[in-house]
Ligand binder design. Structure first.
Ligand code: ATP
Ligand SMILES: Nc1nc2c(ncn2[C@@H]2O[C@H](COP(=O)(O)O)[C@@H](O)[C@H]2O)c(=O)[nH]1
Length: 195
């Protein structure tokens, strides 16, 4: 396991799909100069997704090979596809910046917490089921993807109490503001106007 230094923090955005984790994470990541750890995945690329930015899209064979070589820090199977974080990506980023962020389901969040303890801050984002469904439909996601996401809704919601912080996300600006304030207490960047 890679030894983290005193200043290193791993910020995990979790919660149901469509709750707004990606939108909030990108905004907050930019504010704090945090970089995203991009997961490897075996599912096919969806319209609008960018390889290397949203995910590293790889074949099942390539994933199996990486797994065999012990490259993943965490690796899970969701709806028949594999998702994983490469150890090297966390190590190389935390070598030159203090904090990184990831977007993952409850299993991944739990695994990272077990490995890195206090270094991991889990931020749970949520909205009601109907809002998730409406947002995903408005995004143009295929019906079968929306269905799969909704089938995980209750399980993901059940993880809320395990996370360090939880935020209802209806007003994106407000959520981003609240999370920025929360992270400031960990990252101590003096971003908040104290007047
Ligand atoms: N507070 C908000 N109000 C309205 N729409 C929002 C809000 N937050 C996010 N959205 C929209 O909801 C959709 C899903 O958001 P996003 O992709 O950030 O969620 P996610 O939790 O990362 O889900 P997924 O894993 O499915 O991508 C996007 O179209 C995004 O613009
Ligand atoms: N445990 C992990 N979960 C991950 C990882 N990368 C993404 N995810 C989560 O998977 C579901 C499904 O995502 P989709 O893009 O296929 O709809 C979603 O909750 C992601 O956040 C990972 O490396 N590990």
């Amino acid at each position: 396991m890679y030894e983290l230094n005193d200043r290193n923090k791993i910020i995990v955005f979790t919660g149901p799909d469509g709750s707004g984790r990606k939108s909030v994470a990108e905004a907050v990541g930019q504010t704090f100069g945090m970089e995203k750890i991009v997961s490897f995945v075996t599912r096919s690329q969806r319209p609008g997704e960018v390889n290397g930015q949203d995910y590293h899209f790889i074949t099942h064979e390539a994933y199996d090979e990486m797994e065999k070589q012990g490259e993943f820090l965490e690796s899970v199977e969701i709806d028949g596809n594999h998702y994983g974080i490469r150890s090297l990506d966390i190590e190389s980023k935390l070598n030159h910046i203090d904090s990184v962020y990831l977007i993952m389901n409850h299993e991944g969040a739990s695994i990272l917490k077990k490995i890195y303890g206090d270094k991991v801050i889990r931020l749970f984002l949520y909205t009601d089921r109907r809002t998730v469904e409406e947002r995903e439909r408005a995004l143009g996601l295929p019906e079968e993807v929306i269905e799969k996401h909704l089938s995980h809704y209750d399980l993901e919601m059940g993880y809320r109490g395990s996370c360090e912080h939880a935020f209802e996300n209806y007003d994106l600006g407000q959520t981003t503001y609240e999370i920025t304030n929360t992270l400031e207490t960990y990252l101590q960047r003096d971003l908040i106007d104290k007047d």
